[in-house]
Write a protein that binds this ligand. Structure first.
Ligand code: C5P
Length: 234
């Protein structure tokens, strides 16, 4: 079975826009990430439609609530048959364990968000957290691992450290990817697809470099080739 490493961020406002874009993509080369904006606008029907077209879906709804509510939300997402869902590690051990229990292993991958990359040191101080962001990220990643989750979303800068900390059977999913000749847009800390894979990312979330390319399929093919190319050591 093919296991594409690229997850295209479908940051669209409505179904027509999403379908027009996905018509230019190839499900054997990518999966799709549907977040709060598109899911709130279109509901599960669009998820089902895209799955019927052959795409596997990462439902990026970042659940964070009391354990019972998160458990039931995870059950609902699993029933949809999506490939991956996520929860906030900040929801704590009981919530993470409830989420894990709700989802049969092997069915839907369950990953955690550690710290939102929008949270800088002063934002963390505002909510009573005084450790360095990297320490918080590592602690939350270990908590997610200990609760049986399948991996975490992490910034390209955290990948190397996290791969060393948890080397096996733990997916690292990395946004903030920019091909060498792409605009960085509003992303501050970016890496190329190749660099991200070399640093230990398992899956790359890529939005605008593909969705706003003149030819999204050609860009997807180019980035897939860049990732798959064997490194030649002389
Ligand atoms: O267009 P771009 O490649 O910047 O899109 C990246 C996607 O990854 C967006 O959907 C964005 O919300 C998401 N994301 C991110 N940084 C995080 C977590 C998620 O860019 N730390």
């Amino acid at each position: 079975m093919v296991d594409p490493r690229i997850i295209v961020a479908l940051d669209c406002q409505n179904e027509n826009e999403a379908l027009a874009l996905t018509a230019k993509l190839d499900p054997s080369l990518c999966r799709l990430k549907i977040g709060k904006e598109l899911f709130t606008a279109t509901g599960p029907q669009l998820v089902e439609k895209l799955m019927r077209l052959g795409f596997e879906i990462f439902l990026d709804l970042k659940f964070h609530d009391i354990p019972n509510t998160v458990k039931n939300a995870c059950i609902a997402a699993t029933r949809l048959g999506v490939w991956m869902i996520n929860v906030h590690a900040m929801g704590g051990k009981k919530m993470l364990l409830a989420a894990r229990k709700a989802i049969p292993i092997e069915k839907t991958r369950l990953i955690a968000v550690t710290l939102l990359t929008s949270m800088g040191p002063s934002d963390l101080n505002d909510i009573g957290l005084y450790e360095a962001p990297e320490e918080i990220v590592q602690r939350l990643a270990l908590l997610a691992r200990d609760c049986g989750l399948d991996g975490v979303v992490c910034s390209a800068l955290e990948t190397k450290q996290l791969k060393q900390l948890i080397p096996d059977n733990f997916y690292l999913i990395t946004p903030g990817i920019r091909p060498i000749d792409s605009a960085t847009n509003d992303q501050q800390r970016v890496t190329t697809p190749r660099q991200a894979i070399e640093n230990g990312s398992d899956y790359l979330v890529i939005g605008r470099p593909i969705t706003q390319a003149n030819d999204p399929l050609l860009m997807l093919q180019r980035l897939t080739a860049e990732i798959n190319i064997q490194k030649v050591t002389l």
